[in-house]
Ligand binder design. Structure first.
Ligand code: 13P
Length: 288
């Protein structure tokens, strides 16, 4: 199956009360692990690519070629969107040209007027090619791939304005943080999320910082319109931990499991477990 825009899969999720997982990819092993589980679970999936990860994989054209060819070879029939995560204005345009099926333009660090103007331009470009667009209001806290947000809570009126620009999904900061949550974390601001859900005309909402949000908060957020949840750090942590353990057990020696294909397998298996668990938690399994 060819890549699809995230629009239909997220509208269906919003209507039926579950969320589609966005799992970020960094290399071939991660991509294969996530696609394999999506197919096994009969779940729609969004592959997220940050600009840093795109550069690491030698550019967005390489990413599109890797993902589309892998989908064909693995015979992936569930809906898959390839999505730019936290894109800059220039990055979003490059991904639209490269063949991504979905882009996020993160204009949350601009003032609201500039965020609106730039989001509109990206929407016009993307729509002409059937590509879905995510916009952001109120930055997400923490650091991801060198992009740091202070974590302000979004203003529902600004959310309403951005949601009316023809975007397909809206990320709103509601106390969520990229990476691990600190011990004294106050939790998601459900009051603001509920208000945003009510003022944005049923648009699918996006919850960034999906690592470590407790099950009950995830369920409550979905009930207020969250239809896409992003996960990255948890995959990084289990991948590193499984690889470290494998090496510590002496498997990096000739005659043991030093072959890089074997060396990276425990990490990829650990990512598969995370993706299975999240798809069940988000309710997207058997929804393809
Ligand atoms: P985590 O790294 O906290 O899982 O968040 C991922 C994310 O929001 C990507 O945009």
């Amino acid at each position: 199956m060819a890549l699809v825009s995230a629009k239909n899969m997220l509208e269906k999720a919003r209507k039926e009360g579950y969320a589609v997982g966005q799992f970020n990819i960094n290399n071939l092993e991660w991509t294969k692990a996530i696609l394999t589980v999506a197919q096994e679970n009969r779940s729609p999936v969004i592959l997220g690519v940050s600009e840093g990860a795109g550069k690491y994989m030698t550019g967005f054209n390489t990413v599109v070629a890797m993902v589309t060819n892998m989908m064909e070879t693995l015979n992936i029939t569930v809906p898959v969107a390839l999505h730019l995560d936290h894109g800059s204005y220039e990055g979003a345009q490059t991904c639209i040209d490269a063949g991504f099926s979905s882009v996020m333009f993160d204009g949350s660090h601009y003032d609201i007027d500039e965020n609106i103007a730039k989001t509109k331009e990206i929407v016009a470009l993307a729509k002409s090619k059937g590509i879905s667009v995510e916009a952001e209001v109120g930055s997400i806290g923490g650091e991801e791939d060198g992009v740091t947000g202070t974590g302000e809570v979004a203003d529902p009126e600004e959310c309403r304005q951005i949601a009316s620009l023809g975007i397909d999904m809206l990320a709103a900061g509601i106390g969520n943080i990229h990476g691990s949550y600190p011990e004294n974390w106050q939790g998601l601001d459900m009051k603001v999320l509920k208000e945003i859900g009510e003022t944005t005309n049923e648009i699918p909402l996006v919850l960034h910082g999906g690592t470590g949000i407790p099950d009950d908060m995830v369920k409550e957020a979905i009930s207020y319109g969250v239809s896409k949840i992003n996960v990255n750090t948890e995959c990084q942590l289990v991948f590193a931990e499984a690889t470290r353990k494998y090496i510590e057990e002496g498997n990096d020696r000739i005659g043991k499991g030093f072959d890089p294909r074997k060396l990276l397998k425990p990490g990829a298996d650990a990512i598969m477990d995370v993706v299975r668990e999240k798809m069940d938690m988000f309710g997207s399994s058997n929804k393809a």
